[in-house]
Structure formats: C-alpha cells, structure tokens
Design a protein. Structure first.
Length: 427
C-alpha cells in the first residue's frame, strides 16, 4: 500500500510530465479497422539505441500489419519519474522498460505489471531461450514479471600494456590489489581513475564491497524494506575499504563525472577503472591493450568472491493493457534470438538470450564479458536497485561526503540506519 500511495502522490506533482504519454496511451488507443495500436515506452532517446528500436518497431509492423506500435522514450531520471506515475493506470504503455531489483518490485507492489507466467508456460521456447541467471532477477517471489533484454556486469578494466611493463599480475585478493596499486603509485601514476560526481558510481563500489564483506544472510535480509536495519559492523568495514581505495584514486574524483573519468582512462591517464561491460563500445580511441578482472576477494569477508556485480534490464507488460496478445507478440519479437544477435552487434551490449552474443559478429572482449556473466556464481544487484530509494539516497549522499573527507564511515551508516528506520515505519 505504501508504494501505491507514493505513485498516487507523484501523479499530483508531475501531471504536466504525464500528458504527452496520456495522449497516445493504450487506454486511448483504438483499433482502427483490423489494426490494433499498442504503446512502447523505453529510456533511450539517444543513439545508438533510439535508432535500433525505431528500426525494430518498423520491422515488427511490417511483419505484423495488424499491429501499430506507438513509441515514446525519455532519459533515465525522467523515465523513472514518468513510468511510476503512468504504470498501473488506464494510460499505461502496453510494453515498458524496467530495471530489475527494487524498481521492478515497486511496479509489482503497485499492481502495475502483468504476470507473464501463464503465457510463458504455454510458450516454453521463449522462457527457455534466456540464461536462467538473467531471467530470475526479472521475477518477484518466483513470479515472472519481465523478460531481460541485456545483461550487465561491473569489472575493473586495466591497461594490460602498463601491467606488462611494470611486471604486474592481475590481483585476485584484497592484499594483492593493494600491492598492485602501490606499485603503480610508486611508478608515478594515479592507479585508479574515478568519477564520483555521478553518485550511481558510488553505489557500484559500495554495493560490491558490502557483498564481499557481509554474511550473505545479513546482506539479503537488509534488502527487505520492512526489516532492514544496517547495523552489522561489516557495513562500516566495507566503507573503510572504500576509503582505503580512494587513496589510490584521482584527487578530484568527486568533481569529475564518470564520462570524464572514462575519457581520462582511455587517454591512459590511469591504468585501472571500475566500469560496466556495456562501456567497451567507447574504447575505440584507446592506444593500449586492455583486460578485465573481477572485484578481488576481501580478507575476512564472508561473501562469495565468485559473484559479479550487475543485473539484467528488460521489459514488462502493463497489467491494464487492453491488448495483451499483441503486447506479448511485440515483446517476444524484441527479445528473440535473432534480435538478440543484432542488439549485441548494433549497440555493443550483451543480449541475455543464450547463444546470441556467441553468434554475434563482435570483438572477442565482448564475448569474454558475456561468458564472465554466465560463469559467475551469482549476480550482485546494483545497490541503487537493491534498497528503498530513501536508503539509497542516504547511502550515496553521505558516502560522497566521506570521499570528500566530510563524513566518516560510521557517520554514513548512522544516516543509512536512520533512513532505514523511516522506511520500516512506512512499510
């Protein structure tokens, strides 16, 4: 009920934002002759994905002349606001993008998305086409609400040429990692490039460290908004380790965006950077060979070091759609293997369909990244998708202050605990 109330309240505040969607939404889409109109809402108005989906819709309509697809797209933050307002209403788009984790859970709690289980039970070839590790995060309590489009992971990318020059080995443990960073710093370079002006990058570091340090039962339990307390001392330990890493990062990290930091890494200004698998498409100007390694195991840590931080994202169907069969046909088309291959080739991202990346005409590193996700013991959900937004905001804001020397690990966790208490009271 708390989520429904939040969605309703949001609707009052951003009515103007909703109007363009309402004008062409499924509740107002009429069948014209033998043609049914459905609405498709995604978060990529920029290239290359905007053109990719435009062409995909055109091809679908050519193959399905009885269906017309109306498309709308807005960037991430605007998408998050808008979809939470229109989802579950009579104006909801029939097929819409969703992140896995807390974002999907909030849509489900609001009664906004369709249970795809009965459809997939009758179409097992669709269900079985995905990697199971990527299908499961698009479900809630064992109910399949979404289908994954792409799979993502977070890894340290490193300048292999420099590693060879300095005689460095890829680290697998925390102590080995610190030794490598020390050698690079001794050679007169900043070891890690980092852009913490974008707070979501903090979520990736801290979320991974939490998983490595904490007992898995505690790590999982605190993701429940009705029960999470964040009192385990492992949380402070994780932040202290983040502080330890920050000594090897560029001093202006909190003033630098992730994109600026990535460009600096590509230019060779630092040999290591924590980045997503989807970013390899930006590396064309790099004048060095590069490789990847997973976040090292932490001495004394209780988490599985074989896990890989990342999560799939994909599409859901509105619970209020007036055209479920047509929406299902469109969704199946978007995520089929043929288009999974094309998605990987055209966008540089990793399709969640089995065999798609393997058969795609892409660089070996792309296939290696996909295999790394498949081989991981499990996926660690992004911190900003794992917790209630109030907890996330406290975590990211206070940790950013910590990186600036204006907060302590204990102070960060006090703010997080206070936010968690508010969330529990609302649950």
């Amino acid at each position: 009920m708390r989520t429904r109330a939040r969605i309703a309240a949001a609707a009052v505040g951003i009515t103007a934002l909703v109007l363009p969607m309402a004008a062409c939404a499924s509740g107002n889409a009429e069948a014209s002759g033998d043609t049914v109109e459905i609405d498709f809402f995604h978060r990529w108005p920029n290239e290359p994905k905007n053109a990719y989906f435009a062409e995909l819709v055109e091809e679908f309509e050519a193959e399905n002349p009885d269906i017309k697809v109306n498309v709308e797209s807005v960037l991430n933050d605007a998408y998050k606001d808008k979809v939470k307002v229109v989802a579950g209403s009579d104006n909801a788009p029939d097929v819409m993008f969703s992140w896995s984790g807390s974002f999907l859970n909030e849509l489900v709690e609001g009664g906004a998305v369709m249970d795809l289980g009965p459809w997939l039970d009758e179409n097992t070839e669709v269900r079985d086409s995905f990697f199971e590790s990527q299908l499961e995060p698009m479900s809630i309590d064992g109910v399949q609400y979404g289908l994954p489009l792409g799979m993502h992971s977070k890894l340290f990318f490193y300048n292999a040429d420099l590693f060879n020059e300095l005689g460095l080995e890829v680290p697998t443990t925390w102590d080995e990692f610190l030794d490598v960073l020390g050698e690079i710093k001794h050679a007169g370079m900043t070891p890690i490039e980092y852009g913490a002006a974008d707070q979501w990058t903090i979520a990736h570091y801290v979320g991974t460290l939490n998983q490595r340090v904490l007992d898995p039962a505690v790590f999982q339990a605190d993701q429940d908004p009705a029960a999470g307390e964040f009192t385990d001392p492992g949380y402070v330990d994780a932040l202290e380790r983040f502080q330890e890493l920050s000594a090897y990062m560029n001093e202006d990290m909190t003033a630098v965006t992730h994109e600026v930091a990535r460009n600096a890494w590509i230019a060779g200004e630092a040999p290591i950077m924590y980045m997503q698998s989807a970013e390899v498409g930006y590396f064309g100007d790099a004048q060095f060979e590069y490789g990847t390694f997973n976040f090292p195991s932490v001495d004394g840590g209780k988490g599985d070091a074989g896990q890989l931080t990342g999560a799939p994202e994909g599409f859901v169907i509105s619970e209020t759609t007036q055209h479920p069969e047509e929406a299902q046909r469109f969704l199946e088309f978007v995520v089929n293997k043929q288009n999974g291959i094309r998605y990987t080739e055209d966008t540089g991202e990793l399709s969640a369909v089995q065999g798609a990346v393997e058969e795609a005409d892409v660089a070996p590193i792309t296939k290696e990244l996909a295999q790394g996700i498949v081989d991981a013991t499990a996926m660690t959900t992004w911190l900003d998708n794992a917790y209630d937004p109030q907890i996330v905001q406290a975590y990211l804001t206070e940790t950013q202050l910590m990186l600036n020397g204006q907060q302590t690990p204990e102070g960060v966790m006090k703010a997080v605990q206070d936010a968690a208490a508010r969330v529990r009271a609302e649950s």
